[in-house]
Design a protein around this ligand. Structure first.
Ligand SMILES: [Fe+2]
Ligand SMILES: [Fe+2]
Length: 150
């Protein structure tokens, strides 16, 4: 079975591609709207899986570890806020600034890949790990079955 880190790093790469697509289509409002919906729904599912994983490990951790792991959830909130700002601009057909979203996302992904996923590998039991990997495969599959809009 693939490890959590391996699977999640692939997910980050997929999210980065969805964001690049949005960036490439940004001048075409209609395309940008579709790209945005796709990006946000994928990211929300990714965060949901991670938040769930955080809840299953935090009881095993000391205070310092708990606080750094809860920072990740706060960052999910921050990134969802960035997405709301982008959505507002797209909906009003105003110039869209993706810089903050890109920066916050990049930093968040880096921390997760370096610290969070290795912690999950260490703290979760085999059942919990395979459950997460299965969930990730489910959302990827759903995503790839969606009709392409181009
Ligand atoms: Fe995350
Ligand atoms: Fe992540």
């Amino acid at each position: 079975m693939e490890g959590i880190k391996e699977v999640m790093v692939k997910e980050h790469a997929k999210i980065a591609i969805l964001l690049e697509k949005l960036e490439a289509d940004i001048a075409n409002n209609q395309e940008a709207r579709k790209d945005f919906q796709e990006l946000r729904s994928y990211m929300k599912q990714h965060f949901y899986i991670e938040d769930d994983a955080i809840f299953s490990i935090f009881s095993n951790m000391n205070d310092k570890e708990v606080s750094s792991i809860f920072d990740l959830m706060q960052e999910h909130g921050l990134i969802l806020g960035d997405l709301n700002d982008v959505e507002k601009a797209i909906t009003k057909n105003l110039p869209v600034d993706l810089i903050k979203l890109k920066k916050d996302m990049k930093e968040h992904f880096e921390i997760e890949e370096k610290f969070f996923y290795p912690t999950l590998e260490k703290e979760l039991n085999e059942n919990q790990k395979s459950f997460i990997v299965m969930k990730v495969h489910e959302i990827s599959k759903r995503q790839s079955e969606k009709p392409a809009h181009k």
